[in-house]
Design a binder for this molecule. Structure first.
Ligand SMILES: Cc1cc2nc3c(=O)[nH]c(=O)nc-3n(C[C@H](O)[C@H](O)[C@H](O)COP(=O)(O)OP(=O)(O)OC[C@H]3O[C@@H](n4cnc5c(N)ncnc54)[C@H](O)[C@@H]3O)c2cc1C
Length: 297
């Protein structure tokens, strides 16, 4: 039986590349100084959805909420095998906390309509709350399986999933449709295929058309290029607040009850560090100390 999957992906600054110049004096991060990437665990979520499609058939639709630049992660998802992509972008979405983000995503999923599975990453590497997936499930009234590591079986409207924790695993089952948040140990995301990357090179949102036309003047004018993209399935749809039939009071900053009270920059003092000699004795002494402190059991 084919399954209709939706994968929620977020464009994030690559916080793994943080160097000194990225941090500002007040302890906040200069996002512009970091490359923007597709959130790593969302790649695991995408891979799980693609494996479901490979095995059972169906479709994989990607949704991201972000500024126009987030179209880049949608092209990346197309190059890795996604069937359809949708960008949610509107000034009314700006300043959203996890409540407003999950409400916007829920409205978009409702607009997509019929689906069997929603996949999210467990956590985004910038916001780091791991709240969005569970909140989307709650707002859609769906059962959710967090920390999903593998799909054990999928049949007759029911899914069995292995969940991964620090101390072991748990196998749970639930009825479809449901939402899964996927951990990084789930799989090794497939790389983008060169053929798909070339095919989707022109995939664009309307505001990217002028830049695309400057690169490909042979298309003549914006309308001709837009019509070429439409005909070839390369026009990335952009949904705004008006498209989502959303309650605008629940979107963006106005719909965000969270207030950031204070941001602290944690600096580990040298006094808190200890040098361990790289010898068997040094390592044994460290293990003994960790056991004594109940850090290792
Ligand atoms: C008061 C306030 C104002 C904020 N203003 C802004 C702002 O102006 N601009 C800004 O960039 N951030 C802003 N943020 C941060 C923003 O709330 C979070 O980035 C966002 O809600 C997602 O939370 P997270 O990063 O913790 O995601 P997590 O909950 O850790 O993400 C889990 C999973 O949910 C899915 N997901 C998360 N976000 C998205 C998304 N946008 N699209 C699709 N799928 C997604 C992904 O699958 C992801 O792996 C603000 C936060 C607060 C508290």
């Amino acid at each position: 039986m084919p399954y209709r999957s939706i994968v929620l992906v977020k464009q994030v600054p690559d916080t793994r590349s943080i160097r000194g110049e990225v941090m500002t004096a007040d302890g906040t991060m200069n996002r512009a100084a970091l490359p923007a990437i597709l959130n790593p665990e969302d790649l695991n979520a995408l891979e799980m959805a693609l494996q479901v499609r490979d095995q059972y058939g169906g479709t994989v639709t990607i949704i991201t909420m972000g500024p126009p630049q987030a179209a880049t992660v949608l092209r990346e998802a197309l190059a890795r095998g996604a069937d359809k992509v949708i960008l949610l972008s509107d000034r009314k979405f700006a300043g959203a906390d996890t409540q407003a983000t999950s409400y916007t995503l829920k409205c978009a999923i409702a607009r997509v309509g019929e689906f069997d599975l929603v996949f999210c990453g467990r956590q985004a590497i910038d916001g780091d709350t791991a709240q969005v997936g569970p909140q989307v499930a709650q707002k859609l009234g769906l059962p959710q399986i967090t920390y999903a590591e593998s799909i054990v079986s999928l049949e007759a409207g029911e899914i069995i999933v292995q969940r991964a924790f620090d101390l072991g695993t748990e196998v749970v089952k639930c009825k479809l449709p449901c939402l899964l948040t996927v951990v990084d140990s789930a799989n090794r995301p497939r790389p983008a295929s060169a053929r798909r990357r070339i095919r989707n090179k022109l995939a664009a949102i309307p505001s990217e058309i002028p830049a695309l036309l400057a690169q490909w003047p042979e298309f003549g004018d914006p309308a001709a290029l837009q019509s070429y993209l439409q005909k070839n399935g390369l026009a990335i749809p952009v949904w705004t607040a008006a498209d989502l039939a959303a309650d605008e009071a629940l979107l963006g900053l106005g719909g965000s009850p969270t207030q950031v009270h204070k941001v602290s920059y944690v600096v580990l003092e040298a006094a808190e560090s200890k040098e361990i000699p790289a010898t068997p004795e040094g390592i044994q002494a460290l293990i003994d100390e960790l056991v004594q402190e109940y850090i290792l059991g």
